[in-house]
Ligand binder design. Structure first.
Ligand code: FEO
Ligand code: CA
Ligand code: CA
Ligand code: CA
Length: 642
């Protein structure tokens, strides 16, 4: 591997040479973000479930899950019952999409109407709200009959299938209400809407209008049709929802080397655009880079929209850079600049931070709503000695100059990966959710795995070669608990845990958790491949996984304290049906309901529409397996987890 921006490990390691072995895997879970107790400590007290692998979902005793929304469920009163055999794209636009991922619960004030958006934005109601859900990608072999021939999504693809797939991606807003019969969608709600690849959006921020974003359909470079690859996201205290565009490269087809412009060829290679992919471009020409070589530059952004305004037009925020966004989560303190943290979910990619130019003032919706359109994006450098720096992605600074191919700030943002690598950011083991614990004010980075990291490419922040199980880092900004300065350009970091079996023979595969020497972790308490994360009101961390089947058991949820004796000692709370991963854990404000997204159930092992591994959650021979959102609550109505 040579020292190039495209192969960034070596560049970073050369910079780090000489101070390499100070912190190893043994530092997992020590020392803490804070030794202070929050005063809100509430030990986790559910009965753990075992590691399993079957066709069901599993919860601790005393808990119940409502199946709230499934792929194809109507979101309007006149939509009708779901029938996969007669589904059309127009019908799909009226129905819950496929492969649910990120979930935001946005409260609705109990006594306010649709015209009172500002009252809703201030609400902390936990019994009525808008469920805002991403739909990451489609699996045609599980959605449509006729793909059974060797699991091939490209075989027999038709324009009709492509149109349905495009309508099944994106986002759904549905009003939901807690009733005596559990959580229910309200199909007559004026808020209910789908966002798909047909939804008109604006492009805002420094890259808007740049020639690299201009196409035949949009010579202005400021308007784009739709969003795709919508993985995780975030929400803002001014009541908007952030949708990430992650694996957008898979929507495009074509040979990057056949593009006349070498800058775009390199760019398209970096996002995995290849001649075959999903063959959408055969039927929708804008997804063929030979026809529209700049269309991919209009994807790979964060999208913001206002669910409290059903007519609102989503905006792509070019300030937050272009890469395979997992999501961006906010730290918003009154009178301070807003900070947002995000990850680029690919092997060897970077952790990012954004700091707004203007300050946040609660209730000032008209100005707050533009906070993410101006500010500075930074990439993270995790030094071997436990210090860290945020490196600004600013045109003209350091190597971000015309000599290195950057004409302006638009180039820096469109090619954020290349800019971050040139600055010396640390290549990480697939950064997924990066989220701040509201109780201890430290930030946690889920690093899901990186099987491509070689032994001589390990370093303290990514300490394992062929990292199959992933790990979690803790970022500690300067300052005291409750008043840490997330705008500071320096921080400390610790290894919070290393995923995997704590008893694995190979030290490179061995998991490391808090308290493991005292036996505080049960045989079911360990996990692998942290992906999404949420914090409950007591500051406990709830990690959703994607990849545990590679270790012989289902993906699911594990909960743990971040402070005190039980810091980083996970307990197993939820297990998925086989083939699925868990996404989007999200609590109601009062912590009595936990929403989760079960994504791609029954996928894998040549499972198909006609002959699936199982048919969760309906278990109806007339229906395929369906991705679904569950609403989990305690039968006694008390706080989940406690
Ligand atoms: Fe879509 Fe990063 O998982
Ligand atoms: Ca994810
Ligand atoms: Ca999260
Ligand atoms: Ca995932």
């Amino acid at each position: 591997m040579t020292d190039t921006p495209e192969n960034p490990y070596r560049r970073h390691l050369l910079k780090a040479a000489g101070v390499f072995t100070i912190m190893g895997a043994g530092s997992a879970a020590l020392p803490g973000c804070s030794r202070q107790h929050s005063g809100r400590d509430r030990p986790l007290a559910f009965s753990e479930i075992p590691h399993l692998l079957d066709a069901s979902h599993h919860l601790p005793e005393g808990y119940h899950a409502d199946v709230l929304l499934r792929w194809g469920d109507p979101i309007h009163t006149d939509t009708g019952t779901f029938d996969p055999a007669t589904l059309t794209a127009a019908g799909q636009r009226q129905r819950f999409g496929y492969n649910n991922d990120f979930i935001a619960f946005m409260p609705l004030a109990g006594d306010a109407g649709p015209g009172e958006a500002d009252r809703h934005r201030r609400s902390t109601n936990s019994e009525r709200g808008l469920l805002c859900v991403n739909h990451e990608y489609t699996l045609p072999h599980l959605m449509f009959p006729g793909y059974d021939d060797e699991y091939s999504a490209t075989r027999g693809v038709s324009a009709k299938h492509v149109a349905i797939e495009q309508a099944a991606c994106g986002h759904t807003v549905v009003e939901i209400e807690k009733t005596a019969r559990g959580w229910q969608p309200l199909l007559d709600s004026p808020y209910n809407r789908r966002i798909t690849l047909d939804t008109e959006m604006d492009i805002v921020g420094p890259a808007a209008g740049d020639p690299r974003l201009q196409t035949a359909a949009d010579p202005s470079g400021t308007r784009v049709s739709g969003t795709v690859g919508n993985c995780a996201g975030g929400k803002t205290p001014w009541g908007t929802v952030l949708i990430a565009e992650e694996g957008f490269g898979g929507a495009f087809q074509g040979d990057p080397d056949a593009i006349a412009d070498p800058v775009e060829a390199r760019n398209h290679h970096a996002f995995g655009i290849v001649p075959d992919n999903r063959n959408w471009g055969d039927h929708d020409r804008r997804f063929d880079i030979a026809v529209e070589p700049r269309e991919p530059n209009r994807f790979g952004w964060m999208v913001e929209f206002d669910p409290y305004d059903p007519e609102s037009r989503p905006r792509k925020l070019t300030t937050l850079g272009r890469f395979e966004h997992e999501g961006f989560t906010l730290v918003s303190k009154p009178g301070r600049r807003v900070v947002a943290y995000g990850g680029d979910d690919d092997e060897g990619q970077f952790v990012y931070r954004f700091v707004s130019a203007e300050t946040y003032h609660p209730g000032a919706h008209a100005t707050n709503r533009n906070l993410l359109t101006a500010g500075t994006l930074y990439a993270g450098q995790f030094n071997p000695d436990g210090s860290g720096h945020w490196l600004p992605l600013v045109f003209g600074d350091g190597p971000l100059t015309p000599e290195n191919g950057f004409r302006n700030q638009a180039d820096v943002l469109v090619d954020a990966r290349r800019a971050a690598a040139l600055l010396g950011a640390t290549p990480m083991d697939r950064p997924e959710d990066v989220e701040t614990n509201p109780v201890n004010d430290c930030t946690y980075v889920m690093l899901t795995k990186n099987k491509r990291r070689a032994k001589d490419e390990t370093e303290p922040a990514n300490p394992r070669p062929r990292n199959a199980a992933g790990h979690v880092l803790e970022i500690v900004p300067p300052g005291m608990q409750g008043d840490r300065d997330h705008t500071s350009d320096s921080f400390r970091w610790h290894t919070f845990l290393l995923g995997g079996n704590p008893n694995a023979e190979d030290p490179d595969e061995r998991g490391a958790y808090g308290q493991q020497v005292t036996g505080a972790i049960s045989p079911h308490g360990w996990f692998a491949n942290p992906d999404n994360v949420a914090f409950d009101r007591a500051g406990n961390m709830w990690i959703a996984t994607d990849g545990c089947e590679g270790f012989g058991f289902h993906d699911g949820l594990w909960a743990m304290a971040t402070e005190g004796e039980m810091r980083a000692a996970p307990r197993h709370f939820f297990g998925c049906p086989q083939g699925a991963e868990v996404c989007g854990p999200e609590f109601t404000p009062d912590g009595t309901t936990l929403f989760i997204a079960v994504q791609h159930p029954a996928d894998g092992g040549h499972s198909t529409f006609s002959n699936p591994l199982h048919r969760w959650p309906d278990n109806d021979p007339a229906l395929p397996p369906r991705p679904a959102v569950l609403a989990i609550h305690r039968k006694d109505g008390r706080t989940v987890g406690s």
